[in-house]
Design a protein around this ligand. Structure first.
Ligand code: RB5
Length: 146
């Protein structure tokens, strides 16, 4: 598995935490910034990372901003992206099992690094259940491809 990792200035600390987690798990990743603490625009980071997923250049992406909301809105504009904003472990597990999400968004002003690590860890290691959920995700893909 290969992951694209990105944040704006509001998500740098959790991005550092997730980078450490990916290294511990021996998961390959591309760190797409941002590289400074100056104010930047989250779509400039969410959209290229989501496009890498959509093009198959990476398998999934993890995006962090202040709330996670801007990153998730932007990522979900990219065709083929199913991004979930998660601030609890239950949702992180369920969204992999039921929604086959390929992007995870989190907000550094909402949760701390420890919980972010747990959420990312569960999201990275939980498989899609398929079955009845396949049909439901398929309906979203069909709508997107109309
Ligand atoms: C930046 O101040 C903040 O708006 C951004 O990190 C994010 O929370 C947007 O949704």
């Amino acid at each position: 598995m290969k992951i694209a990792l990105a944040s704006d200035h509001g998500g740098i600390n959790i991005r550092n935490e997730i980078r450490a987690l990916l290294e511990e798990l021996h998961i390959e990743y591309v760190d797409m910034g941002c590289d400074c603490e100056d104010s930047v625009d989250y779509p400039d980071y969410a959209l290229p990372a989501a496009e890498m997923v959509a093009k198959g250049e990476v398998d999934r992406a993890i995006l962090i901003c202040g709330t996670g909301i801007g990153m998730s809105i932007a990522a979900n504009k990219v065709k083929g992206i199913r991004c979930a904003l998660c601030h609890d472990v239950f949702s992180a597990k369920a969204t992999r099992q039921h929604n086959d999400t390929n992007v995870l968004a989190m907000g550094e002003r909402v949760i701390g690094p420890g919980l972010a690590r747990e959420i990312a860890s569960v999201w990275l290691t939980t498989e899609f259940e398929g079955g009845r959920h396949e049909n439901r995700v398929g309906k979203i893909t069909s709508y997107e491809n109309k």
